[in-house]
Design a protein around this ligand. Structure first.
Ligand code: G4P
Length: 294
């Protein structure tokens, strides 16, 4: 499969990030709770070193709640401040203010010692495309959207949203490109819809997704498509399940020929919108095992 990213944008995005990060105290990094590692670009650790760091597991509503908890612990163990949120409904957003204070305690303390009072924490939101950055900024900033651009000490042209007296947010999020370290990472990004669908072979992707779901999420899969045999170990292959979905959902071309591509699109769409259930594609323990094998 072809998982090409648009390389021309990468250099530009990185330059903008470097420029913006120099202005801020706190990096708020959004990751997709369904693939918390594959939706990160590890370069952010280099770009954001010496900054306070907050990771938000976004789209937590679409991910497995047990896995969300494990991933929270995973990032916490690695020194990040972390919260799970749903940027779309605003769930978890209120917990951010106290977390920001906690994450920036050192900076606040340093300012206090130097006699600097009331200098707000400046934060930037970063993440790969489609991870929910704009939705989050809208939801977090809400009506408090007073722009504070072009004032002394603020780089010309930069717009800061003042959330309260203690926190300002750069209104343009930093775009990180996903890092296609392996085909597995590429597949996971494709499954959540984080790349151009036109370049994807949907049927192949759907079969991969079915393979995964049959291993980890049998029950929700079988109940969504009413295919009981999925629960019987080894009875059906992923290809056969796709054929059954095709039949059950009446995906036919002219002349009653099965339309596997349509069934594949339907499955992928159901998965992406959470209709199969809350599903995590990257299991926390599994990833740690992968890491230790490297
Ligand atoms: P970006 O700026 O990082 O590129 O992402 P953006 O905010 O545009 O969000 C991408 C999509 O993800 C949007 O869906 C948005 O509604 C959805 N989204 C963001 N956060 C969450 C979340 O926590 N949970 C869920 N379930 N969805 C989330 P869309 O299909 O492009 O738009 P819409 O149909 O939702 O309006």
């Amino acid at each position: 499969m072809n998982y090409q990213w648009y390389p021309g944008h990468m250099t530009k995005a990185k330059r903008m990030m470097q420029e913006n990060i120099s202005l801020i105290d706190l990096v708020i990094e959004l990751v997709d709770a369904r693939i918390p590692l594959s939706s990160r670009n590890p370069d952010i650790d280099e770009l954001g070193k010496n900054k306070a760091r907050l990771i938000l597991l976004n789209k937590s509503d679409l991910a497995d709640p047990g896995e969300n908890k494990r991933w929270m612990a995973y990032f916490k163990d690695r020194g990040f401040h972390v919260l799970e949120i749903n940027a779309k409904t605003g769930q978890g957003i209120r917990a951010i203010y106290p977390k920001v204070q906690e994450a920036c305690r050192e900076k606040i303390e340093r300012d206090r010692k130097r006699g600097i009072k009331n200098r707000p924490v400046r934060a930037i939101v970063v993440g790969i495309p489609n991870v929910g950055k704009s939705t989050f900024i809208n939801s977090f900033a809400g009506k408090a959207c007073a722009k504070t651009g072009n004032k002394p000490g603020v780089t010309k042209g930069k717009q800061w949203i003042r959330l309260n007296k203690d926190l300002e947010l750069l209104d343009t999020p930093g775009i990180l490109w996903p890092k296609f370290e392996s085909e597995e990472v590429g597949k996971r990004l494709a499954m959540i819809g984080s790349m151009n669908d036109e370049i994807l072979q949907k049927t192949e992707l759907a079969v991969e997704l079915l393979d995964y779901l049959m291993e980890h999420y049998k029950e929700p899969l079988s109940s969504r498509y009413q295919i009981k045999e999925i629960n019987e170990e080894g009875k059906l292959t992923a290809g056969e399940v796709l054929a059954l979905i095709c039949e059950n959902r009446r995906c036919y071309k002219k002349g009653q020929e099965p339309d596997y591509e349509k069934a594949a699109a339907l499955l992928i769409d159901d998965f992406r919108s959470g209709r199969i259930g809350p599903i995590t594609l990257e299991m926390c323990g599994q990833e740690q095992e992968d890491e230790s094998r490297k």
